[in-house]
Design a protein around this ligand. Structure first.
Ligand SMILES: *Cc1c(COP(=O)(O)O)cnc(C)c1O
Length: 391
């Protein structure tokens, strides 16, 4: 009987993987699938209607980013934004000043790190990795020590998806600006909770993805500071100022803008709801589970993000047991599920395999309640003990 009760609950604690589309976002999108279906490149009034929606969305994005509308490039996702930023800036820098040095952190999302690796393997670039501290954070001093004349582009993630750690983007931005080197930050995970004011962050390129802040999957944006040299990744019709060809996905773009507007407006309220729940959760777990540790920084982290390592535990088995018990969590980024290798992020922070293979990520969102987290904290110690016995 009790078993059945437990199995019936389905509690979502994986908001860093994706979020549901907010009601007002869906409502804003719907007309653009049917009655307002025009192609924004068409001359007639159907096209004009789509064009107006597109430019409204671009203005909304620009307000939240504190930039000009023409500096917002709509893409198909956060990954595409990262690809366009890194590859586009690297190719432009090589052409303009024969620069081939790409400086990134070892805790980037694969959309950045795999792109950098391809630049090295197939296009003759040299990729250098910044060191990170025990919290998985980059320091601006380490960036300063590695900037070179021939640095093509620097990329440092704003807030890490796996460990929630927040990097000193404004400090790094200032250094890069002094040297005239383009600086990109992946803010896909950060944008739901942290300011993405590109002036105070001093960035030239910044990636966003709508589905991490209650927008639809399959749409993103790249901020490109006016004058930043960048080569388009996708050529064709001249959409997005020639930087990203393809007929505009108006419903998704409209949805992203509404989700971003909400995220900016509701940022303090969302943080106020989630932060005490998150802090209570972290405290209880570290207290009640022996040989456990928090990964990432205790305070310099996203307010909805908790991540742990349990010594000698099988992290993948733990996820399956949790799912069976009714809790949806993750061990790292969603793309890595099923991969028995320890996470590159945890390894870069200096965690040994006996810790890194027992990782757990719990990310909260608007639907979570204190009662849900109470149930989670009650269930977890026993489940961790079970996956330790297996090992
Ligand atoms: C989710 C995520 C991405 C990829 O965004 P998609 O829109 O899913 O392609 C990139 N970087 C970070 C930090 C992310 O969390």
């Amino acid at each position: 009987m009790q078993e059945e009760l437990i199995m019936e609950q389905k509690i979502y604690l994986d908001y860093a993987a994706t979020t549901p589309v907010a009601e007002s976002v869906l409502a804003a999108m719907l007309p653009y699938f049917s009655e307002k279906f025009g192609n924004s490149s068409s001359v007639h009034r159907f096209g004009q209607q789509a064009e107006a929606a597109l430019e409204d969305a671009r203005e909304t994005m620009a307000r939240g980013l504190n930039c000009q509308p023409k500096e917002v490039i709509f893409t198909s996702c956060g990954s595409e934004s990262d690809n366009l930023a890194l590859r586009g800036a690297a190719f432009a820098a090589r052409r303009a000043r024969n620069a081939r040095h790409v400086l990134i952190s070892p805790v980037e999302h694969h959309a950045v790190s795999r792109t950098a690796q391809q630049l090295a393997r197939q296009h003759g670039f040299e990729v250098e990795y910044l060191p990170v501290d025990e919290y998985g954070m980059v320091s601006s001093e380490e960036v300063a020590a590695r900037l070179r004349e021939d640095t093509a582009v620097v990329s440092v993630i704003y807030a890490n998806n796996e460990i929630g750690a927040i990097n000193p983007i404004a400090e790094i931005g200032q250094l890069c600006r002094e040297k005239g080197i383009p600086f990109h930050t992946d803010a896909v995970q950060a944008a739901g909770y942290l300011s993405v004011d590109v002036e105070s962050l001093q960035v030239d390129l910044l990636s966003l993805g709508a589905h991490k802040f209650y927008g639809p999957k399959g749409v993103g944006a790249l901020y490109v500071r006016q004058g930043t040299p960048i080569v388009p990744a996708q050529t064709g019709g001249g959409q997005e100022f020639g930087l990203r060809a393809g007929t505009h996905n108006i419903p998704y773009i409209v949805g992203m803008a509404e989700a971003f507007r909400l995220a900016v407006d509701e940022r303090p309220a969302r943080t106020g709801h989630i932060l005490p729940l998150r802090d209570h959760l972290i405290g209880r777990i570290l207290e009640e589970i022996p040989d456990s540790r928090l990964t990432g920084h205790p305070t310099q982290r996203l307010p909805n993000h908790a991540s742990f390592a349990f010594h000698s535990a099988d992290g993948n088995a733990l996820l399956m047991l949790l799912d069976h018990t009714g809790f949806a969590c993750s061990s790292g980024s969603a793309c890595k599920t099923g991969n028995p290798e320890p996470s590159e992020v945890l390894t870069a922070m200096g965690l040994s395999d006996d810790w890194a293979l027992g990782s757990l990520r719990v990310t909260l969102g608007s639907s979570n309640t204190a009662a849900e987290l109470q149930a989670f904290v009650q269930a977890l110690p026993n489940l961790v003990a079970q996956v330790r016995k297996l090992g």
